[in-house]
Write a protein that binds this ligand. Structure first.
Ligand code: FAD
Length: 399
């Protein structure tokens, strides 16, 4: 059977894309090919679940426009489906002199991106969240920011897609997209369609290359590890974040929580040598480690985009002591007895590097071939942005 659309990857981008395609072309035949046994093995099942407001991103960028619009739509979807959401809002505080100096710029970006945001004095912060380390006596309050359960959202979307007649084939790894004739080759079979979308997250660049797409970017995965707070009396009313260094795509260690009341702090942003190397002994491939490791070492030695500085900074978070030192700049009262490294939460960012500008790419990247649209660099806030991102992909692909 020939499909109208085939989507590679059933992470949040693949699922929302199928949802939007079906809404726009309701008679279309859509197939999603997924290599895993379900849709939540990678980024979309391993993130913080934070619905971002859009304050961080360069005005006019895809992350800013799709993030702001997508966040509203994701909230609406979650509420309509009666899924769990905590509309707790977020407080950001500076945690170093550098971060203090970035506070005004972050505030200005938020305003420019149309986000409701308020400056807080030290006294206001202390009243709202007494456990925040309030060293710089200034903070920002973003009421929109919320937290939800990413696994629950994916599960709900899958139910909708099945009802809409979308087919999802699990354990069907795509090996290559053949542009000519729009043939999708998997380990088991070959499928045909009119247009395909490569939404394979950590593997998007590799699939794009195997499909003959030429681009200058290289892949640099960064692992995000979380720590769980064991003290059952620990509680925060808001999400608490540091004011980050805006030159990097990472937001810094922050709090998150689950419906059951568990609190976490993370994620770190440590370079890792495998696309799916969630711990040292899983999914380890020598050839992949050599390619990625060589690429990292080269950039770290030349300190491109201050990657050496970042790697050193992040390597301190690998030990409990180093992590505590960093987190105590944000929150007081956390000590080595009441935290533990979380095995249930660890994720890897599908980050790409631009050799031309010598920087970590700080926006979503989408590239069209005649019959295929490739999503590269679906970094945070792609989960927040997903519904709008999906609409953008449909428009961009010119189908
Ligand atoms: C630690 C961490 C925290 C984050 N926190 C947030 C947050 O709080 N808020 C937010 O908005 N964003 C957050 N993000 C970002 C967000 O999780 C991602 O941007 C988003 O999940 C990307 O979705 P995706 O569909 O592109 O990728 P994925 O979820 O990785 O989906 C891609 C899918 O493609 C499949 N696949 C890969 N190769 C093949 C193949 N060859 N054949 C078939 N299938 C294939 C994979 O198995 C996978 O299921 C975070 C990310 C990380 C890593």
């Amino acid at each position: 059977m020939k499909y109208d659309f085939i989507i590679v990857g059933s992470g949040i981008i693949g699922l929302t894309l199928a949802y939007k395609l079906k809404k726009k072309f309701n008679n279309s035949k859509i197939l999603i090919l997924e290599k895993e046994k379900d849709s939540i093995q990678h980024g979309s099942g391993r993130n913080s679940g934070v619905i971002h407001s859009g304050i961080y991103y360069e005005p006019g960028s895809l992350r800013a426009t799709l993030g702001v619009q997508g966040g509203r739509e994701l909230k609406e979807y979650i509420k309509t489906k009666r899924l769990w959401i905590d509309e707790c809002g977020k407080i950001l505080v500076p945690t170093s002199q550098n971060s203090y100096e970035n506070t005004e710029q972050l505030f200005a970006r938020g305003i420019e991106n149309g986000v409701v945001i308020k400056k807080l004095s030290g006294e206001q912060i202390a009243n709202l969240e007494p456990n925040i380390n309030n060293k710089y006596n200034i903070g920002l309050h973003v009421p929109f920011t919320s937290i939800a359960d990413p696994k629950e959202v994916s599960k709900s979307l899958i139910g909708d897609l099945i009802d809409l007649g979308v087919e999802i084939q699990y354990q069907e790894a795509v090996t290559k997209i053949e542009e000519e004739g729009c043939k999708i080759h998997t380990v088991n079979s070959t499928y045909e369609c009119t247009h395909s979308f490569n939404c394979s997250g950590l593997h998007s660049d590799a699939i794009a290359k195997k499909s003959g797409l030429e681009f200058r970017y290289s892949f640099l995965p960064f692992k995000g590890k979380y720590w769980k707070i064991l003290d059952s009396n620990f509680s925060l009313k808001h999400l608490v974040y540091p004011v980050p260094d805006l030159q990097y795509p990472f937001l810094g260690l922050h709090t998150s929580h689950k419906k059951n009341g568990d609190f976490f702090i993370g994620p770190s942003s440590t370079p890792v040598f495998g696309r799916e190397q969630y711990d040292w002994n899983t999914n380890f491939s020598v050839s992949e480690a050599i390619t990625i490791g060589f690429s990292f070492v080269k950039k770290i030695i030349s300190n491109e985009n201050k990657l050496r500085t970042l790697a050193l900074q992040e390597s301190r978070l690998l030990t409990k002591g180093g992590f505590l030192k960093e987190i105590n700049k944000l929150i007081t009262g956390i000590n080595k007895k009441n935290i533990t490294a979380s095995n249930e939460k660890v994720g890897i960012r599908s980050q790409i590097f631009d050799p031309q500008s010598k920087t970590l790419v700080n926006d979503f990247v989408v590239i069209n071939q005649k019959h295929c649209t490739h999503v590269l660099n679906a970094i945070s806030p792609a989960w927040t942005a997903s519904f709008s991102f999906a609409e953008y992909l449909i428009k961009f692909s010119k189908i």
